[in-house]
Design a protein around this ligand. Sequence first.
Ligand SMILES: Nc1ncnc2c1ncn2[C@@H]1O[C@H](COP(=O)(O)OP(=O)(O)OP(=O)(O)O)[C@@H](O)[C@H]1O
Ligand SMILES: [Mg+2]
Length: 508
Amino acid sequence: MTKLVELNGIEKRFPGVHALKNVRFDLHPGEVHALMGENGAGKSTLMKILSGIYQRDEGEMRVKGESVNPQGPRDALDLGIGIIHQELSLMNDLTAAENVFIGREPRLSFGRLDDAALNRQAEEIFASMNLSIDPKAVVGELTIARQQLIEIAKALSYRPQVLIMDEPTAALNDAEIAELFVIIQQLKSEGVGIVYISHKMDELKRIADRVTVLRDGTYVATVPAKETPVSEIIAMMVGREIKEAPLQVPDTSSAETVLKVSRLSRGQEIQDVSFSLRKGEILGFAGLMGAGRTEVARAIFGADPIDAGEVEVHGKPVRINSPHDAVRAGIGYLSEDRKRFGLATGMNVRANIALASMERFTSALGVLREPDMKAVAEQYIDRLDIRTPSDAQEVRLLSGGNQQKVVVGKWLLRDCDILIFDEPTRGIDVGAKSEIYALLEALAADGKAIIVISSELPEIMRLSHRIAVMCEGRLTGVLPGGADVTQTQIMALATARDAAMAPVGELT
Ligand SMILES: Nc1ncnc2c1ncn2[C@@H]1O[C@H](COP(=O)(O)OP(=O)(O)OP(=O)(O)O)[C@@H](O)[C@H]1O
Ligand SMILES: [Mg+2]
């Protein structure tokens, strides 16, 4: 059988970065070939070359046996190669249907747009994916999960023979991931070859046939997915063993209550939520996607107005009407959507890390102390292992996971008493994850009060001193963290339809 894709001896350099060194990769029809590696290993770059977005410096590229040289995404699409990008590339002001068919909208005579046909065709694609998205919905108003699904729909609408998925599940919940995997099985049975990039190791076993590992821009190996232990794949990725210290739950029972949230309500999204957070404590928020955890964080941070409820910081009621008020009250929030709220992607790494802490780098006369900024930025680049040629690199040129590390660094540096981290390790590789866990624990030990929202249960269980669980806008219980808590206990609370029936733990 001819291979769909063959890449050999691929080289790619960017200023200051040798991103790909003699890399090879191939793809058979009807297989899922996972591409793995740490943040900055070169995965997205290799796939951007295959999909015509970047041109290789050297090497050979064959599609169905023919030597090819796509000069842009259009050329690659003509060769049957489609890509779902890691960073969402949709137009926020356009509708779902307009985004799917951008540049090839159905037209009536005289060139007028045929809106009815546009919406109908989009509806058909969504239906084939078992998706209920209104084709007329404005994309910027949808959740990132929905946007991700529209991105997938758009790629499928080209009926590609080679489909590259660059972290397609980063923002999806379990049910949506299951739906996506059904679609992948369907595509496989039609002979489509799929390149699958993900940092979620469990997904490998579920859908991948083969795995290729890259490390620092070099090819490490290609192995069968089912037969190779995950630990072996991780070892190939990071070139060392990752040792995780088990969670130590400190006794914070007599520590000061730093944050007290009472009867917080906002429409259906947040219903009567009360909890408190102590100095030195890490409070995890678990729940299914859409349970209202991000909404609670955004309400506390003043990003959305509330209908009712009170917030006390250090025992004093505070009025928070904007993120500015929140930061002044000592509350920091790392948003789950780094692109929209977390980063100034056109600015450099140094400025982004310092962004939320400018007063620290400004002299009494209002002069910015660049050398101090640089020193601190370099410290975080080192601690978080941010792969960048220097602190002066523009953030948009970093790999996805390294951009996320920059946002984490920014909030670690900001001297807030209360820090809310919403999906802090999204898109971050296994090695860097444990580094971030260690940093969060160090911050807590240092007296910060920390909230972590995560859709990954192992992460919640690994980090939380106590675990608050939400379901459909309500807080259904608070569990003690540590070795005794089980996934089953958390899931029981996360799926409790009627909060009154759920065992409500200690709420304060
Ligand atoms: N346009 C660019 N200009 C300069 N450097 C770049 C550019 N694109 C990528 N790089 C660099 O190339 C290297 C590989 O990046 P790439 O995005 O391929 O990593 P990745 O394996 O996809 O990582 P992640 O898991 O974080 O998404 C990184 O060091 C990155 O900073
Ligand atoms: Mg990438």
